[in-house]
Design a protein around this ligand. Structure first.
Ligand SMILES: C[S@@+](CC[C@H](N)C(=O)[O-])C[C@H]1O[C@@H](n2cnc3c(N)ncnc32)[C@H](O)[C@@H]1O
Length: 315
C-alpha cells in the first residue's frame, strides 16, 4: 500500500486505512501539491460558494437569515435547512463563475492526463458551473443523473399562493445532475495508451458485461448515515460507491475529494479499497470525518436491487 502522508504537506492530517484526511483550504492545498499526481476527483462543492462561510453556518445554526432556508414542516416531519440558491444575485453568480474557473484550473493541474472529475451540482446552477469548468480547460464528457426526490422547487408564487394556486415558480426537482469531465488526453494519445501509461482515460465498468450507466436510481441519505455524520450535505453511500467505483478505470491510483465535508466520498473509496485524499476547511467537519468514515464504510446498501433492475431495463 502506497503511503499518502506526504500529501498533507504542513497541514494537520490523519491517516485512516488507505485514506489521508487533510484539514486545509483546497484552493491553497491544490496550489501546492505536485502536478499530475491525482487520478480522479469525486466531489460535492459548496454551490452558492458562500453557504459554508462561517457567518452563513452561524445563521443556519440559529435558524434565521442568510442563504439557508428553513423549509416548512411537511406531513408532520421537520425538514433540514436547504441553501437558497435562487437568491444569488448577479454579483454572486459572477463570484461563483470566477471561483469555479480558478478551482478548475488548479484541479486540472493536479490531475494526470485522462483523469476524470465527477462534480455534484443542482438543476438550477449546473450550467454556470459546467461552463466555468470548460473555460478552465476541462473536457465535458456528459452528465450523471442521480434520480432522487428532493423537496426543492415546486412552490407557488410567494405571498400569492392562493391567487395562483395552479402555478409553480420552478419545477419540483426529482434529480441531481453531476457533471462528468476529463482532463484532455495528450495530443494523439489513444485511450488504450492512456490507460497503459496513466491508468486513466476511461470509466470502470460495473462488471465485464455491464458498462457504467449515467442514470443512478438513488434515495435521500438514510437516517442511519445521517446519525453517523450530521453534515447538511451528506450524500448516500449507495450512490457514492457507484460513482467512486467508476472514477478509477483500473481501480488503481489516488482519488481526491477536495470538499470532503464529513467524508462520505472517502468512506466510499475506503469500502472499495481505493486510495483517497479528502480535504476539508472547517475544523468541525474535518473532526467529524475522522469519526464518521470508519462507520460509513460499513453501512449496508438498501436500494441495490432496484438499481440492478434499472440497469437491466437500460441494457
Ligand atoms: C457540499 S459540502 C460536501 C459534503 C459531503 N458531500 C458530505 O457528504 O459530507 C461542501 C464542503 O466543502 C467544504 N469547503 C468549502 N470551501 C472549501 C475549501 N475552499 N476548501 C476545503 N473545503 C471547503 C465545506 O466546509 C463543506 O463541508
Amino acid at each position: 500500500m502506497t503511503t499518502l502522508a506526504h500529501w498533507a504537506l504542513d497541514y494537520p492530517s490523519t491517516t485512516l486505512g488507505r485514506a489521508l484526511l487533510v484539514h486545509a483550504d483546497c484552493i491553497a492545498w491544490l496550489g501546492r501539491i505536485e502536478h499530475e499526481s491525482i487520478h480522479a476527483i469525486v466531489t460535492d462543492p459548496p454551490y452558492g460558494v458562500k453557504e459554508y462561510n462561517p457567518d452563513q453556518i452561524e445563521k443556519r445554526t440559529h435558524g434565521k437569515g442568510g442563504i439557508w432556508r428553513i423549509p416548512p414542516a411537511f406531513d408532520g416531519s421537520i425538514r433540514a435547512p436547504l441553501p437558497r440558491f435562487t437568491a444569488l444575485n448577479s454579483k454572486e453568480r459572477e463570484l461563483m463563475r470566477c471561483f469555479f474557473t480558478e478551482w478548475g484550473e488548479l484541479a486540472l493541474k493536479a490531475l494526470v492526463p485522462g483523469g476524470h472529475l465527477f462534480i455534484a451540482t443542482n438543476a438550477f446552477l449546473s450550467q454556470l458551473v459546467f461552463s466555468a469548468l470548460v473555460a478552465s480547460g476541462w473536457e465535458f464528457r456528459g452528465e450523471l443523473i442521480r434520480l432522487v426526490r428532493t423537496f426543492r422547487g415546486g412552490d407557488r408564487p410567494k405571498n400569492a399562493e392562493e391567487e395562483f394556486s395552479e402555478v409553480c415558480s420552478l419545477p419540483r426537482s426529482a434529480y441531481e445532475p453531476w457533471g462528468i469531465f476529463r482532463k484532455p488526453l495528450p495530443k494523439g494519445m489513444k485511450l488504450s495508451d492512456c490507460l497503459r501509461v496513466y491508468g486513466t482515460g476511461g470509466l470502470r465498468r460495473i462488471s465485464p458485461d455491464q458498462p457504467f450507466t449515467d442514470v443512478i436510481l438513488s434515495e435521500r441519505t438514510s437516517r442511519t448515515e445521517r446519525q453517523i455524520a450530521d453534515h447538511p450535505s451528506l450524500k448516500p453511500q449507495s450512490f457514492l460507491r457507484r460513482v467512486v467505483h467508476a472514477a478509477l478505470p483500473l481501480g488503481t491510483g489516488v482519488l481526491l475529494d477536495p470538499f470532503m465535508g464529513s467524508g462520505s466520498t472517502i468512506a466510499a473509496a475506503e469500502s472499495l479499497g481505493y486510495s483517497s485524499i479528502g480535504v476539508e476547511r472547517i475544523g468541525t467537519y474535518y473532526d467529524l470525518s475522522i469519526q464518521a468514515i470508519p462507520k460509513l464504510v460499513h453501512v449496508a446498501e438498501d436500494h441495490w436491487s432496484e438499481q440492478l433492475s434499472l440497469d437491466t431495463m437500460l441494457s
